[in-house]
Design a protein around this ligand. Sequence first.
Ligand code: ADP
Length: 204
Amino acid sequence: MSYFPDSPGQNLHAFAFSHGRAEHSRMSQKPVVIWLTGISASGKSTIADALDVALHKQGRMTAIIDGDSVRGGLCRDLGFTDGDRDENIRRVAEVARLMLDAGLVVIVALISPSSASRHCARSIIGNECFVEVHVDAPLETAEQRDPKGLYKKARAGLIKNFTGIDARYDVPVFPEVHLNTQALSVERSVETILDWLTHNDANS
Ligand code: ADP
């Protein structure tokens, strides 16, 4: 499929807008992208939702980008090959960056299985604003939860390239936050993220 080539077109010139991320953050809050990565049913969407509610209680303006919803719209042309997964992540990172520049606290819930593509997202967004959160659960636990019945389908061979079954998940080596959702309640997971933001001056 032809998409934009890697290098931007020669006739593209980025306009130097008067107000960017710095001005928007002075206006409202410190913008940050909280990037939740983990295998299916590890708890990303559940924690994203509870985190969003908690941040709203603090008066923060937030946005959630959830894997399943972008795959139904922005990325509906993409499948689950390695190349398509990378492109999915790249697009989400670009959208998150636009939201970040608008001054929002952006919560991304995306399996994002390859460490290279998470690295790419980090470089698109900027290291200083990227908080990688590994939402971790053993495969057996995720498989037992299976809220969408996807593991059952993958085990039956009805879904190919399913992360954890027949597609790999690169465990984050140095995530900013690690959540073991087998041991932590949803509330404790949210507190752990909020504590990290506070201690790293990203929650002001
Ligand atoms: P993902 O977005 O990672 O695919 P979901 O959030 O959709 O995962 O589903 C996770 C499931 O696990 C939900 O049904 C949730 O209620 C359940 N669950 C049980 N314990 C936890 C926990 N401690 N943290 C997060 N989710 C949990």
